[in-house]
Design a protein around this ligand. Structure first.
Ligand SMILES: CC(=O)N[C@H]1[C@@H](OP(=O)(O)OP(=O)(O)OC[C@H]2O[C@@H](n3ccc(=O)[nH]c3=O)[C@H](O)[C@@H]2O)O[C@H](CO)[C@@H](O)[C@@H]1O
Ligand SMILES: C=C(OP(=O)(O)O)C(=O)O
Length: 481
């Protein structure tokens, strides 16, 4: 029987947090263990100069397949470093962040075999504890490998991570966590060097001052191979954290409390590589739900885990979209103007799970420009995640930003997408300008689609299969024109 979602009373509680963070600064000498040459990207057809050309106004219909979770897959790939023997991973999305993570692993001497969404990782040949700094510097998750390397080999030397440019994104919580497990940590030539006394981390108690996803995952992996019991409190409760805990449990680790604010981890000397399947990507699914609403369309999607999307489904229901659960892992979203009239606006405030996900904030901002009313978007996770607003303004949206808060004027307040030849340089990976283009009249060109390729698998092909008039214009073609 199909289930229809009704909005729930999801009140937001303010989060305790110490915002001031710092990096360690202890310069000293260090001879790199190794930094292997990066292999070529497996996907040679995508280039950073490619453009998306979007003809606005199409209605979407049909069904879209949701890929495996990028953020889970990144953490689990780091987790394979804990394991002896092969880890066989299913449902790994083919996105450029994953390809970069594979380069991080390969730079350590790990063998990675990729075939059709399946990735086999063999760590027996690890010959370096220093992942290639170039690769780590491209993604946030590159830094996660520090936890497993330190726990399994007693030492790690990891460059400062990259990732989306949405705030300072320090690593202070990771550093304090490593120290709580008995490691000495210092900065050497802009790399973090961590070393465990006598080669072994020791279980301890540590409270994160903010429930950082990456720090929770990194410390969980480290504690899984420490001597004794570790209690981590105020941890992140995101589904990706739970997925990593399940992966580690499949490896033989003892992790209790995943999905709650406290983790109790009983360290093991040895973990064995398992066969494991990554959860569906809730951010990709949420993005498509918002795309349905933005384009006033109706289509279904699977596989998804509906409870991972409660925060966004609540808001879409308030707005007037109808969300129907067709099967346990299939949802249909209907937002057609015929059945629903105008969509009602709503306000959002991002926060750690189960609050509204920051990774869906820009796409939601687009939706609010075509809803009724003026509505508030508060970004409470990253201090600089309003960069998309400038791009949306180029498309005709009316949005007033003050610090981490945006006042978004809806359609009845003069916000509307009207431009014909809009060129959105440097659009962020979260694709929101793409959806702005779909709601716009006329043609939108989006440059810098490399950011979209980082986190979305074949976004333009998926949109095209739903009926969107969207094409990728390769940079090679651009130069011929
Ligand atoms: C690869 C991956 O999984 N990326 C996700 C992960 O990023 P990531 O793990 O980097 O995000 P965090 O949860 O760590 O960041 C949340 C906040 O904590 C701060 N912070 C974090 C660590 C630290 O040591 N000190 C500190 O102050 C950050 O600057 C930020 O303001 O969670 C974010 C929040 O859901 C998502 O947007 C990212 O898509
Ligand atoms: C912020 C993101 O990724 P990362 O943490 O890898 O920069 C994201 O995927 O939206």
């Amino acid at each position: 029987m199909a289930l229809i979602f009704k909005p729930s009373n999801n009140l937001y509680h303010s989060l305790p947090r110490n915002s001031t963070s710092h990096l360690l600064r202890t310069p000293s000498f260090y001879t790199p263990i190794s930094c292997f040459r990066l292999p070529q990207s497996p996907n040679q057809t995508q280039s950073s100069d490619d453009k998306f050309i979007i003809v606005g106004g199409s209605k979407l219909s049909g069904h879209v397949h949701i890929s495996g979770s990028k953020n889970s897959a990144l953490a689990v790939l780091a987790g394979t470093l804990c394991c002896s023997g092969n880890s066989k991973l299913h449902n790994i999305p083919n996105v450029s962040d994953i390809r970069t993570m594979i380069l991080v692993l390969e730079s350590l001497g790990v063998e990675v075999d990729v075939y059709n969404g399946e990735v086999t990782v063999d760590t027996h040949g690890i010959r370096s504890l220093e992942p290639c700094a170039d690769a780590v510097g491209k993604i946030r998750a590159g830094f996660f490998v520090g936890g497993p390397l330190l726990a399994r080999f007693g030492e790690a030397m990891v460059a400062l991570p990259g990732g989306c440019d949405i705030g300072a994104r320090p690593i202070d919580i990771y550093v304090r966590g490593f120290r709580a497990l008995g490691a000495t940590v210092e900065m050497r030539q802009r790399q973090l060097y961590a070393c465990a006394k006598n080669g072994r981390l020791i279980g301890g108690k540590f409270r994160l001052d903010f429930p950082s996803v990456g720090a929770t995952e990194t410390l969980m992996m480290a504690a899984s191979m420490a001597d004794g019991v570790t209690v981590l409190s105020n941890v992140a409760q995101e589904p990706e954290v739970v997925d990593l805990a399940q992966f580690l449990t499949h490896c033989g680790a003892s992790v209790e409390g995943a999905g709650s604010p406290t983790l109790v981890i009983n360290g093991r000397k040895k973990l064995q590589g398992p066969e494991y399947s990554i959860i569906p990507d809730r951010i990709e699914a949420g993005t498509f739900m918002l795309a349905a609403a933005i384009t006033r369309s109706c289509f279904s999607m699977s596989p998804i885990i509906p409870c991972h999307l409660s925060a966004v489904m609540d808001k879409l229901s308030v707005s007037g979209c109808q969300i129907i659960q067709k099967t346990p892992n299939t949802l249909e979203i209907a937002a057609t103007s015929k059945t629903r009239g105008s969509l009602q606006g709503f306000s959002i405030r991002t926060g750690p799970y189960p609050h509204f996900p920051t990774d869906l904030q820009p796409q939601t901002t687009v939706l609010l420009t075509i809803c009724n009313g003026s509505n508030i978007v508060e970004e409470l996770v990253f201090e600089e995640r309003m960069g998309h607003v400038r791009e949306l303004e180029k498309l005709g949206a009316r949005i007033r930003v003050s610090g981490s808060t945006a006042l978004v004027y809806g359609k009845d307040q003069g916000s509307w997408f009207l431009r014909f030849q809009c060129c959105c340089k440097g659009s962020k990976k979260w694709s929101c300008t793409c959806f702005g283009g779909m709601a716009a009249e006329g043609i939108t060109e989006i440059e810098g689609v490399t950011h979209i390729d980082r986190g979305y698998e074949n976004l333009e092909m998926k949109l095209h299969s739903l009926g969107a008039d969207t094409v990728r214009r390769p940079s090679s073609l651009e130069t011929q024109l």
